[in-house]
Ligand binder design. Structure first.
Ligand SMILES: [Mg+2]
Length: 267
């Protein structure tokens, strides 16, 4: 299958900039979607592209995920110099950037209340469960009956909206997260862009929260949306296999930029 010509042309342009930031969502973008988040692993071609890109000069690679930093580190198993942003931008593992802020007593009270409400709602849709994150609780319904799951998501949004004002809801596909911090992937991308002095940014993502990142991209950048649904990204590809093809092309083009003329490029 050949990649869209316009997309390939943009990849080549992007690979030529002096300082490049390659930012990637992980789940359902780099990692094919799985029922249990703990089973997610990077597509082998994407993982190899990440290693090749991260080894190049003036090329920063970043995973920006909704997972907690710990969970992201475990699932993505990134090379050491890959930057990590978790919890949609609220948790950062980037040299020179402020990291996790501890919860205040008020915030702890809110998180405890969230936990109780969501566990009660999860019990109404067998297979659904509540994930604990440093700044948030997440109701997952992917393994529940679709009707019961949808009902649980609606109930969660209503109860939390009514009882716990100030908590930020984030809807994903068969999942809703309630966070006491409002940082977004867009905020994270802005910080990272400045931190690494990027002349252009590549970002790929599949879900609603990735739209915050697509929204801060400019004309020099390249956004690639993975899967169906409305998006602000300039390009859409069908699935993580196609993302792997894009990342492979980006890594190859970026490697050519640094390869001495006439030498072969290692994979
Ligand atoms: Mg995702």
């Amino acid at each position: 299958m050949s990649m869209h010509d316009a997309l390939r042309a943009r990849i080549d342009e992007l690979a030529a900039v002096p300082h490049l930031l390659v930012a990637l969502d992980f789940d359902a973008t780099v990692a094919p979607i799985v029922a249990r988040p703990e089973d997610a692993v990077a597509h082998p071609v994407s993982a190899r592209a990440v290693r090749r890109l991260a080894a190049l000069p003036d090329t920063a690679v970043e995973y920006v995920s909704g997972r907690s930093l710990d969970s992201l580190r475990q699932a993505a198993r990134p090379p050491e110099n890959v930057l990590l942003v978790g919890s949609h931008g609220a948790e950062v593992d980037v040299p020179g950037l402020p990291t996790l802020r501890p919860l205040t007593a008020d915030e702890e009270t809110i998180v405890d209340a969230l936990d109780a409400v969501l566990k009660l709602i999860a019990s109404t849709a067998p297979g659904s469960w509540v994930e604990q994150k440093p700044y948030a609780r997440v109701l997952h319904t992917r393994q529940a009956d679709p009707v019961l799951g949808a009902h649980a998501l609606r109930a969660a949004l209503e109860s939390v909206g009514r009882g716990l004002p100030g908590v930020v809801p984030r809807r994903g596909k068969r999942v809703v997260e309630f966070s006491i911090r409002s940082e977004t992937k867009g905020d994270a991308l802005r910080l990272l862009r400045a931190r690494v002095h990027a002349d252009a940014v590549f970002f790929a993502g599949d879900d609603t929260t990735d739209e915050d990142a697509f929204a801060v991209l400019s004309a020099a950048d390249l956004g690639v949306h993975c899967g169906d649904g409305e998006t602000r990204a300039g390009f859409t590809v069908p699935d993580p296999d196609a993302i792997a093809e894009v990342l492979d092309a980006l890594a190859a083009a970026r490697q050519r930029r640094y390869a001495p003329v006439g030498s072969s490029v290692s994979r």
